[in-house]
Ligand binder design. Structure first.
Ligand SMILES: Cc1ncc(C[n+]2csc(CCOP(=O)(O)OP(=O)(O)O)c2C)c(N)n1
Ligand SMILES: [Mg+2]
Length: 361
């Protein structure tokens, strides 16, 4: 039998990512901006809100006043760019745990995030009308939910789209692959937003998967896949806008591989200086996703350093207020964890709750 040679066995990324804005905030040759200046200003402010919230949270955590959380710093465009292509009134997001700017765009209030980070049960309840599922810590478990949600919207005859965010690490879970298969065959209106930041905590991509180009996996499930510069807000927005239009038109899911980098720790419980090469971190700092859009706007006379300083102050004041609200919020009782799991508590959970209360008294 003839020896077969594999047709596709790369060890570095092969697919050229979509890029629109370069690292200096200049449009690449031949590209036109996919969004208005007003939307770009809104995006800068929303990304700054995410970063400001994380900076304050980090300082509270180091003072021992807050538990752990996963900072978005470095991945602001990777999360907000795709979310901007959604309509918060009819579309949905199923997040992992590192998507703060996207959730702000969908209308999740700062107060809610402060409550969540302070461990108040109320922070896990998404306010009525906000189309966001709760944070998901169990890796990839939100992806089947997103498919069910998208498929459900389709069965109801609605034109909403659901977007699942997850990491390169989460994409090695069976839930991801099963979800892609089901969404593909049902043509569910789902966007699979895979953020490849190169790490699953301290495990580098190369030792947790043999793939390099996550976007290519879409081919195996029968729908399109795109690789996008994950620090380029414009490219992410443009690629996702197309994917959303396809989904609304009944043409099914899309996988987007957003190539980005986590500029801070995995969570506050982690020390990345033990495994991230400082030279690599320096290179990524030059690709800062917020500065890139600020520079683009500055060249048009629509943004400047004074605006950055002033808006930072506004964000700090808003975050301060949100945490003040959170600290004054009554601490949660353990039995509250049994609520809000199902619309109506199941008999099993009811029994567990009763046993818990009996054990305590
Ligand atoms: C099912 C499951 N297995 C393991 C973990 C522990 N864990 C938490 S985060 C993480 C890495 C996730 O990496 P990735 O999906 O790339 O997301 P990132 O944190 O890089 O944004 C792991 C292994 C978990 N939360 N859930
Ligand atoms: Mg990762």
């Amino acid at each position: 039998m003839a020896k077969h040679t594999p047709q596709f066995m790369p060890n570095t990324k092969q697919i050229e990512p979509l890029r629109i804005l370069d690292e200096n905030g200049k449009l690449l040759r031949g590209e036109t901006p996919p969004m208005s200046d007003d939307l770009a200003i809104y995006a800068v402010k929303t990304m700054m809100m995410g970063r400001g919230f994380d900076e304050k949270s980090f300082s509270l955590q180091r003072q021992g006043r807050l538990g752990t959380f996963a900072p978005v710093i470095g991945q602001e465009a990777s999360t907000l760019g795709p979310a901007l292509a959604l309509d918060p009134k009819r579309d949905w997001i199923a997040p992992q745990y590192r998507e703060l700017p996207a959730l702000l765009h969908m209308g999740l209030p700062f107060e809610s995030i402060a409550l969540y980070r302070l461990g108040r049960q109320a922070g896990a309840c998404i306010p009525e009308g906000v189309h966001v599922l709760p944070h998901q810590i169990s890796l990839a478990a939100q992806i089947p939910h997103a498919v069910g949600l998208g498929w459900g919207l389709k069965l109801q005859g609605k034109d909403g789209v659901s977007m699942a965010f997850f990491g390169d690490g989460a994409s090695s879970e069976g839930d991801f692959h099963e979800s892609c298969n089901l969404a593909g065959v049902m043509k569910a209106p789902v966007i699979f937003l895979l953020q490849d930041n190169g790490w699953a905590i301290s495990t580098p991509r190369a030792i947790q998967t043999a793939t390099t180009d996550f976007a290519a996996r879409a081919l195996g499930y029968g729908f399109p896949g795109f690789a996008v510069d994950g620090n380029d807000l414009f490219a992410l927005y443009a690629a996702t806008t197309e994917a959303v239009a396809r989904a609304r038109a009944g043409e099914g899911p899309t996988l987007i591989e957003s190539r980005t980098f986590r500029m801070w720790a995995h969570t506050t419980a982690d020390d990345p200086t033990r495994y991230v090469d400082p030279k690599v971190l320096e290179q990524w700092k030059k690709k800062d996703p917020i500065e890139r859009v600020q520079k683009y706007l500055a060249a048009k006379g629509k943004w400047n350093d004074a605006m950055t300083a002033q808006f930072k102050e506004e964000v700090a004041a808003k975050v301060e207020k949100a945490y003040e609200y959170g600290f004054n919020y009554p601490p949660s009782k353990v039995e509250e964890i049994f609520e809000n799991v199902f619309a109506t508590i199941t008999p099993q959970l009811e029994r567990q709750r009763a046993r818990h209360i009996a054990l305590r008294s």
